[in-house]
Design a binder for this molecule. Sequence first.
Ligand SMILES: Nc1nc2c(ncn2[C@@H]2O[C@H](COP(=O)(O)OP(=O)(O)OP(=O)(O)O)[C@@H](O)[C@H]2O)c(=O)[nH]1
Ligand SMILES: [Mg+2]
Length: 317
Amino acid sequence: MFVDEAEIILKGGRGGAGIVSFGKRMGSGPNGGNGGSGGNVHLVTDADLTLLNQFTAKSLFEAGDGHLGGRNRKTGKNGENLEIKVPIGTSVIDKKSLETLFEMKKVGQWELICVGGKGGRGNYEFKSPRRTAPEFAQPGLPGEIRELILILKLIADFGLIGLPNAGKSSLLNELTNARAKVADYAFTTLYPNLGVFKGKVIADIPGLIEGASFGRGLGISFLKHIEKVGTLLHCISSESKNPTKDYETFAKEMKSFNEKLTKKPEIILITKSDLTDAKALSIMKRKLKKYAPRIITVSIHDWDSIEELKNLISDKT
Ligand SMILES: Nc1nc2c(ncn2[C@@H]2O[C@H](COP(=O)(O)OP(=O)(O)OP(=O)(O)O)[C@@H](O)[C@H]2O)c(=O)[nH]1
Ligand SMILES: [Mg+2]
């Protein structure tokens, strides 16, 4: 399962109560201390995470409560702060206002979400010339509560996109140490896979078909994962009967999801080139020329073509 959206509730800890206390000797004044503050809740990025699955089993997270004040004006201990780890690429949205609060983009990013409640004041603080022996103290205040929607958009340098069965996952496996499932049928890949080649992150995006924007196939929701991809590697199989139609089908669905995606730098990869002769490949190239400034032919069975693709990936910054 690949969870890329989650709703969570975060609560700052409650402040500890102030206490009522008096010195032991006859006539000595109040000395009840203040309660400690409730703990804060932070969101932090964790580079090892690539999913939001951790939020399916549990969605309520609370920082620690502040401790009671003590005798002799001792302030109670503050509640434990809580750090919630999220993957890089998580957008944090306030559920009530639907405002985007943060984009968790950087390694080690740390954001304060809920402030813990203040501790209550102990009776010592209420002492005054007119009220020398106050018999009351304050309770602690509740911590802030926030309901958040988390949406993960993977961040990658390159995104392999295209119709089902175009050979996207095979290329990811060839270029990186990923072990994505490969099979000779549509929709083998059900959620994005990531791999790294020479420090460049490559995302393999599930295939989509005509009508995906209306929910056909796997739909288009996973196109959100190419919003933060640098360069698109648009894969079109050399087996295609109509490569321009293949290209346009994908582009149309992408545009209906988010027009900005069609403006991203794009390289067309004519895949499975071993299955077609050189003449047919050059006709395909000519037909596709109008869509992208660079078109290369690749096959997982042609070592030179994979080398060319590797050079292209490592050169491009
Ligand atoms: N002959 C040949 N077959 C290939 C090549 N690349 C992939 N294939 C085969 O094409 C089929 C589909 O490959 P995948 O990598 O699963 O394709 P995909 O684009 O990831 O497919 P989806 O995940 O369903 O969108 C598999 O049977 C692969 O073995 C290639 O360069 N040459
Ligand atoms: Mg695949």
